[in-house]
Design a protein around this ligand. Structure first.
Ligand SMILES: CC(C)(COP(=O)(O)OP(=O)(O)OC[C@H]1O[C@@H](n2cnc3c(N)ncnc32)[C@H](O)[C@@H]1OP(=O)(O)O)[C@@H](O)C(=O)NCCC(=O)NCCS
Length: 219
C-alpha cells in the first residue's frame, strides 16, 4: 500500500477539498443525491473552514491525491456569526444568480429547513452560544477502512488540546452506522438526538441527527 501523509490544510488544497466534501456529503455518497449545485453546496459545507479558520483543518494525501479531510472549528460562536452574517447572505445572492431558486430540489430543501426550524433556530442556539468546537470528516470511498479517519481525528484533537479546548462535537445521521461506529471508536459519545426531516423526491425522510461529543481535556 502507498504511503498516506496527514498534514495541516493549505490554500492549494482548497478546490480538492471542496470536491471531496461534495463527493461524500450524503452519508458517504455524492451531494447530488439531494442538492443540485456543487458550487453552492461546497460554499455551504466548506467555506467557513477553508476561508475563515483554515488553521483548524487537516488533510490526507496519497500519491498527490487528496483522499481525506477533517474540517475543524474551535469556536462555535464565531462560526455561527460568520455563517449567519457573511456566508448566508453571499450564498443567497449566488444561488439566485445561478437560478437555484427555480429548482424543485431547492424548494424541497427549504421545506425541510422550515420543518426543522426548532432544531436549527432553538437547539442550535446551545452550540452557537458556546465557544466549544465541532468537526466534519470525509474519506474517499476507496480509502475507507485504512485508519485515515482515525489519524485525522487524532491530528485535530491534539491541535485542539494544545489550544485548551474542552470538547469537540460531530453531527451524524442516525442511518450512518459506519460513522457512528467510527466516532464511538474514537471516544465520542452521544449527547443529544435531534429529530430531523429531509424531503427527497417529494417524500419526507424522518431521521435523527446524533450529536456526538468527545471530551478532550479538563483544563
Ligand atoms: C466515517 C469515516 C470518516 C470513517 O473513516 P475511515 O478512515 O474509513 O475509518 P478508520 O479506518 O480510521 O476506522 C477507525 C475505526 O472506526 C470504525 N469504523 C470505521 N469504518 C467503519 C465501518 N464502515 N463499519 C464499522 N466500523 C467502522 C472501526 O472501529 C475502525 O477501527 P478498525 O479498523 O480497527 O476496525 C468514513 O467512512 C467516511 O468518510 N464516511 C463518509 C462521510 C461521513 O459519514 N462522515 C461522518 C459525518 S461528519
Amino acid at each position: 500500500m502507498n504511503k498516506i501523509d496527514i498534514r495541516p490544510y493549505e490554500l492549494q488544497d482548497r478546490s480538492f477539498l471542496r470536491t471531496l466534501c461534495c463527493d461524500v456529503a450524503d452519508r458517504g455518497g455524492p451531494i447530488e443525491n439531494f442538492f443540485p449545485d456543487r458550487e453552492v453546496a461546497a460554499d455551504l459545507l466548506t467555506k467557513y473552514y477553508t476561508d475563515y479558520e483554515p488553521q483548524s483543518s487537516f488533510v490526507a494525501f496519497c500519491d498527490g491525491r487528496l483522499i481525506g479531510y477533517i474540517n475543524g472549528c474551535l469556536d462555535n460562536r464565531r462560526y455561527g456569526l460568520v455563517v449567519f452574517w457573511l456566508l448566508m447572505p453571499a450564498l443567497l445572492v449566488k444561488s439566485f444568480k445561478r437560478g437555484l431558486f427555480f429548482r424543485p430540489e431547492i424548494h424541497q430543501l427549504l421545506q425541510g429547513v422550515l420543518k426543522n426550524w426548532r432544531r436549527i433556530f432553538i437547539w442550535r442556539k446551545k452550540s452557537f452560544h458556546s465557544h466549544q468546537g465541532h468537526l466534519h470528516i470525509g474519506i474517499a470511498g476507496d480509502f475507507r477502512g485504512q485508519q485515515v479517519g482515525q489519524q485525522l481525528v487524532k491530528s485535530l484533537v491534539a491541535y485542539a488540546d494544545k489550544l485548551g479546548m474542552v470538547e469537540l462535537t460531530a453531527s451524524v445521521h442516525d442511518a450512518n452506522k459506519a460513522a457512528s461506529t467510527f466516532f464511538e471508536a474514537q471516544g465520542f459519545v452521544v449527547r443529544d438526538r435531534y429529530p430531523m426531516v429531509l424531503i427527497r423526491e417529494g417524500k419526507e425522510e424522518h431521521y435523527h441527527s446524533l450529536l456526538y461529543v468527545k471530551t478532550i481535556s479538563t483544563h
